[in-house]
Structure formats: structure tokens, C-alpha cells
Design a protein around this ligand. Sequence first.
Ligand code: 16G
Ligand code: ZN
Length: 549
Amino acid sequence: DEQRSLLLRSAARFPLPEGMRFSYGTAGFRADALVLHSTMFRAGIIASLRSLKNDGAVIGLMVTASHNQITDNGVKIADPSGGMLSQLWEPFTDAVANAPDADHLLRQLICDFAEKEGISFDGSCRAEVLMGRDTRPSGESLLEAAKEGVNAIAGSAATDMGVLTAPQLHWMVRARNRGEKASEVHYFEQLAGSFRCLIDLAPNHGQKSTISKLVVDGANGVGAEKLELLIKMLDVSFIEVRNNGKGGGILNEGVGADYVQKERVVPDGFGGDDVGIRCASLDGDADRLVYFMIPSASGKDIILVDGDKMLSLFALFIKDQLSVLLQGDVKDNSFQPRLGVVQTAYANGASTDYLKRSGLEVIFTPTGVKYLHEKAAEYDIGIYFEANGHGTVLFSKCFLSWLEARSNELSSNSAGSDQQRAALRLMAVSKLINQAIGDALSGLLLVEAILFHMGWSISQWNELYHDLPSRQLKVKVKDRTAVVTTNAETTVVKPPGIQEAINVVSAKYPRGRSFIRPSGTEDVIRVYAEASTKDYADGLAKSIAELVE
Ligand code: 16G
Ligand code: ZN
């Protein structure tokens, strides 16, 4: 019939490259941009089917390869909530990306799956896919291929939002499906408005013109461009954007959050003049953020203030506001909001100790935002961060309606009280932070607002606890799937014997802790080690790597 031939005709224009194997992995398809046209076309089909499956809810399709080199590109799909594509659809997504062109296998696969899922795509139902891309030069033509994929499904429409950060697109998808205003201007207005609100509610709000300078490394990518727009809307002068891609720098080359966090050195464009200044780095699609400080003009070293420290700052602030809000609330103890923090095995042990000492509930999941996000969503307020700077705060519907009711009550009974201000602050945080996914721009404004509220410098923030020295290594292996882990990647179950060996070696080092896991994005086994001194951490990592080789 018509739909089938439409699919066939379109697919023929985007032949599958030979000898390639595509895997959706932890964060979407990624490869050299030159081989990705068929993948993009097919991702467009999948996004349309996903929208049909959700009764026409808007689905997101983001063309980006995040912190990868500029010649790579990739695609990730956002579900109606604005979060990552459901893991249940990953096997189908992989199968579609790799289905051979011959014998109409692709068409067959899609028809069979649609039938099994009860998706009808005869044009009688509407589907919508919202699309965005980062600043990579390959983005435009790859996005066109994805559009063709959407158009190959009858009843489905693609809306091209142009160049966006990945979190902006996720935010728009979420907003659209909640019936809220969802343009880029609305995104900026929401961030700017809630940031201003937090600043005005700070104890020292009269001093807002004295906020000290922040210099942001934009990774020569989309985040820089968008941050410049946001700064205009905020009408502030304390933020300076560097590496905005206009000065000849290359995306992610010697710059950006991934580089700064992994290499722990000063990014390009920064140097002696920035000693002691508060600095931050975004990654290539602006879903990751780390802060750093340059301690001296003579070396390349930095003091890294990573995702764990952001998590700790957010958790501390939210916990404080919550306890102010609940003060004296004895008459109605029916609602006790549950606050939880989610980390991965990469979280520095000192951060976990700090959080637990502060009376917080800490849970661990495997690496990858989809796992952390899912866990955080189980709490009234769930805060998650990976050490690499990806994370956000989630507020449950039930908590937000309670908060709103509480805040209305307070504004009529005790306007201007500490309790009312705490309620307003928590509401502002829920609007400032991007609840669809980790977002470097919204995270940055929340850090800035909290530091201002506390009256803290970056050093004071960094002093919350002292990171244990840590070391990461990667070991190239023939088959990374040979290593299977459990307990949020902290225990190896296969091959047998390795975990026992890791335990024995780790126990030899003061505060020694180490684990290995297969990477979700590269053909390597990753090794993580931490211990009481840098030499110990290095030594432990090296010994563990030798066990793997
Ligand atoms: C992806 C993940 C990131 C994770 C990283 C681990 C998302 C959006 N991104 O970039 O969260 O930290 O993979 O990479 O989920 P690895 O498996 O190669 O260590
Ligand atoms: Zn990213």
C-alpha cells in the first residue's frame, strides 16, 4: 500500500554504509558524521513511531555528538516527558539502525514492530517530532535526513527548531506536552525570571551588583551562543563567555567540560590572568557543566569543582530551605517530603561521606543519565549528578502542588516570614532547574544564585569537603562485553575471580576503592581508583589495569 511504498522510496535515498554497526548506547547513536545519513533517516522514523505510540505526544530528536570531536555527529531521541528515550525501545532502535537495505528488511522490521506495539501508521493518526541540532557543520544535512525519516511516516510532521542546546530541546518537548509555552524565548524567560527571584530572595540581595566575575568556557559550541543570549536577557555584567566559537577555536578541541574534567588542565583561552577567578566549562551540547579555578599562573593545573560538588551545593541548599519551611509544622505532619540524592560509582568517596554525614539519603545507579534520572524520579525531590557534570533536580508533582498550597497559605498568614521565603525559593529552584534533563545553563544559574545566597566564593564552596585523590585509566580490550558488573557497577560478576583480586589489591591502600566497567561509548574497559594520596590512587589504578589486561 501507499505507506509501504513511501517508506521504501525514501529509504533508498539513504543507503546503509557497509561494514558499520550502530548502537544506541548510553546516549544515542554517535559516529563519524560522514556515515550517519541512514542512521538519521531511520532515527526520524523511530521518533515518529514513538510519537504515534504516545497518541501524538511530541517527541524530540537532537542532532549532536556532545563532547566528541567536531567531525563526529550523532542523534538522541527524547520521550514525551523530555527525558531520554525509553530503554524498552532501545533494542528496536538498534535493529532499525542496522537493518540491511536488501529485500525490504527495514520495511518489514518496522511493520512487524508497529503491529506488535499496536501502532497504526496509515495516516489516520498525527505524530510530531521536534528537532534541534548543535553547531557542528554536518548538522544541517543530517537534520534534513532525519526530517525525511519523519516524512516517510504518514501523518507525521517534523518541526525544525534550528540550532539549540540538547537540554533546550528536551525542555521544549516537556513544555509542549504539558501544554506550556515552549519557544526558546520562553525557555530564557523562565530561567531569567526564576534566577532573579532567587537573587531577590537572598539575605544579601542589596549587594547583587557586587557579584564577582565568572568566566565561562563555551567549548566553542552551542552553549556559548545561547549563554550570550541568556546574559542579554538577564541584563547582568558579571558573566564573561570565552571560547564562543567566533575566535577561530574548534568545538571541543582543548576546551569544554569533558576536557577540563578528564584532563584536569586549563582549557585554551584561559591563563595567568584568570588566577583565583571563578571559572566554568560547558560541553559541546551544553548538558554538562563543571567549575574550576586556576591556582597559579605558572602551571596548567586546575582545581576542579565537579558534578559531585554541584550536587552537594544543591542538596545542602534545598535541604536547608526545606527544613525552614517545615519548621514548627507539628500540626500537620501528614506530608513529609522525601529528599534523595543519586550518584554513580564515579562519585568521589569524600562527596558520598559528606552527603551522608549531612543526613541525606544517597543511592547509586549505573553510569548514564537514564539510570540516575529514573531513580531520582522516585523521590519528592530527587537530585542526581554524575561526577562529569551532568545532573539536575526533579520535583514530584505531588510535592509541587503541596508547595504551592503551602506558599499561598503562608503569603496570606505570614507574608515576609522565613518560611514563606523558603517556599518561594524552592518554587524558584523548580523553575530554574531544567527538570527534563541536566542542563549546563540552568545549572550554572542555580550555582550562581546559591553562591550569592550563601555569600560564598568558589573556594568556600570547594571547601565543603576535600576530594580524595582519584585516577582513571582505560584499557583497550578485544571484547568489552566480557566484563559484566552488578551493584551499580561496583562489583564484577564476570569473568570470575577478578572482583576478588580487585578487593585484595584495593585493601592494601588507605581509603582504597576501585572498580572496573565496560564503557558504554568506546571499546574499552574503564578503571577507576581512589585512595588517600595521589600516588596511592595512581598505584591502585595501575595495578587494577594490570589485572584487566
Ligand atoms: C554518556 C552519558 C553520560 C555518561 C557517559 C559515560 C547521557 C546523556 N550521557 O555520555 O551520562 O557519563 O556516557 O561514558 O546519558 P562511558 O560509558 O564511555 O564511560
Ligand atoms: Zn553533552
